[in-house]
Design a binder for this molecule. Structure first.
Ligand SMILES: *[C@@H]1O[C@H](CO)[C@@H](O)[C@H](O)[C@H]1NC(C)=O
Ligand SMILES: *[C@@H]1O[C@H](CO)[C@@H](O)[C@H](O)[C@H]1NC(C)=O
Ligand SMILES: *[C@@H]1O[C@H](CO)[C@@H](O)[C@H](O)[C@H]1NC(C)=O
Length: 133
């Protein structure tokens, strides 16, 4: 079971380094914007192929944002995967449509919204592929 995931995790560890490298670069704390994800909520159910709006709270956005371009990655069991749900959008939009990817079914999916920094969503379910492991 975990043997199947090992290459994915290795790939992830490699590809995520630049992202986390950027996150630790020194910068003014004033400019760091870490908006909380407001949807998906805990226990939400998404079906493969659907369009869903991911939403986040922009009410505390600073005037100048270090990195205003957002990236949303899928997470499973608390581990960030290389699956890109959306990229290059304005972090101040507060919501963006994503297409639910064709993945194994599970109740332990979440997503991470990266701009200046990363914020994990609550866990939600993806269903509809008919495949689980
Ligand atoms: C997502 O939000 C936009 C703007 O509010 C809306 O037009 C669109 O219909 C929503 N999409 C879905 C799938 O709910
Ligand atoms: C935002 O950036 C502009 C241009 O660099 C600067 O003039 C302004 O003082 C900054 N505002 C804050 C609140 O940091
Ligand atoms: C989601 O579930 C994983 C375990 O499957 C857990 O480690 C993680 O803390 C959960 N995340 C949240 C936001 O509840």
């Amino acid at each position: 079971m975990f043997g199947k995931l090992a290459p994915v995790v290795a790939f992830l560890a490699f590809t995520m380094q630049p992202v986390f490298g950027m996150a630790v670069a020194p910068r003014s704390s004033q400019d760091v914007f870490v908006p909380p994800v407001t949807y998906p909520t805990e226990g939400a159910v998404w079906t493969v192929g659907q369009t869903q709006n991911v939403t986040w709270d922009i009410s505390n956005a600073p005037v100048n944002i270090t990195n205003s371009k957002g990236l949303i990655l899928l997470r499973k069991s608390g581990i960030t995967t290389p699956v890109i749900l959306q990229n290059g959008f304005d972090i101040l939009l507060g919501s963006i449509e994503v297409t639910v990817p064709w993945v194994v079914e599970g109740t332990d999916y979440s997503l991470i919204l990266l701009g200046d920094s990363g914020n994990d969503s609550p866990n939600f379910t993806i269903t509809g592929s008919g495949v689980s492991f």
